[in-house]
Design a protein around this ligand. Structure first.
Ligand SMILES: [Zn+2]
Length: 331
């Protein structure tokens, strides 16, 4: 069933008697903006939820983990908050670390599990929230022996950690939370869907009780690439392996993947597509056949033209003053 929602068209907001539901804790990680962007939502309606799996780890497991972790904290400024299935560590004031834990981490985990993922990550993962670029660079190097290659944050499977510069906002955090869940639930997921879904939710909110991605900063560059005819076919995009997707990216792989996921979401097909692909991954390793099936498209060149026209017609979502106002970040 297609979800009904109204996204962000100011002229349509008033007559619809929209009840604003949520606090959006998703930011777009542009280098120039850390403004919280919130949007009105329709009132949540009851939705079926995926069966919940029993937690992998006990309270005692978490207590042991935290005990070990405390020995590694870079300074007394850091606080530790257990937010299952993660442990969140940050050098902002404790109230801020708790706020990120509850309103971003817990919210994102609950919503992602509701629609996509049954399994928690197989290990207790740490989410490090460094308060500013200086702390992020310095502590990533001190704790993990590596200098970050992105100013926003990343997931390190090796270090069992999400390493974030939280000053750039919570959007990247939601993006990165997708990755360990994908790893636990769909280890063979190709990069395009892993990054497409992750980046879809780097600008997100809640619609009808579900996580919902909005258009974001990746749109203008994608529109330029479409006009220049620079995008590969969806068959090529979906077939990219790790090296092809990340190392040979001409700058459009993330955005093309994101807006394919966005298109599926807007057609009410994203969850259905994920389930179809997940269920047929053995015979369709790239997800391309499942894509054709769920879209009901035989001629994927014609679909690409249709999708490109659709993307060219998109604009950055209008941001309204949220009610209730977003919580002020405590610094
Ligand atoms: Zn990613």
């Amino acid at each position: 069933m297609t979800k009904k929602y109204q996204v962000l068209n100011v002229s349509l907001v008033a007559p619809l008697a929209i009840v604003v539901v949520l606090l959006v804790h998703c930011f777009h990680p542009s280098a120039t903006s850390t403004n919280r962007e919130s949007t009105p939502r329709l009132a949540a309606s009851p939705q079926p939820t995926a069966p919940t799996q029993p937690a992998r780890f006990t309270d005692a497991d978490f207590a042991r983990h935290v005990e070990q972790l405390k020995k590694r904290l870079p300074s007394s400024e850091f606080s530790v908050v257990i937010q299952r299935p993660f442990v969140v560590i940050g050098d902002e004031p404790l109230a801020s670390v708790k706020e990120h834990s509850e309103h971003t981490v817990k919210w994102a985990v609950d919503k992602l599990k509701q629609d996509f993922f049954n399994e928690d990550p197989k290990e207790i993962l740490d989410i490090w929230l460094f308060k500013d670029p200086a702390s992020y660079d310095k502590n990533a190097l001190a704790l993990f022996g590596e200098k970050p290659t992105t100013p926003y944050g990343y997931y390190s499977s090796t270090h069992k950690a999400l390493i974030m510069n939280i000053a750039t906002g919570g959007g990247t955090l939601v993006h990165e939370i997708v990755h360990p869940f994908m790893e636990a639930n769909f280890p063979a997921c190709p990069p395009w869907l892993n990054e497409g879904l992750g980046s879809l939710y780097e600008q997100c909110g809640e619609v009808d009780g579900h996580i919902h991605g909005y258009t974001n900063w990746r749109l203008p560059g994608l529109q330029v690439a479409i006009k220049a005819g620079r995008l590969p076919s969806f068959q090529s995009l979906t077939a990219l392996d790790t090296n092809g997707f990340y190392n040979e990216d001409k700058g459009t792989n993330y955005a093309q993947s994101r807006y394919l996921c966005y298109y599926l979401q807007e057609q009410g097909l994203l969850i259905k597509y994920y389930q179809e692909f997940h269920g047929h991954q053995k015979e369709d390793a790239t997800g391309y056949k499942s894509l054709q099936k769920i879209l009901g498209e035989r001629d994927m060149d014609a679909f690409k033209q249709k999708w490109e026209k659709y993307v060219l017609g998109l604009t950055r979502d209008v941001v309204l003053t949220p009610i209730p106002p977003p919580r002020r970040r405590v610094r």
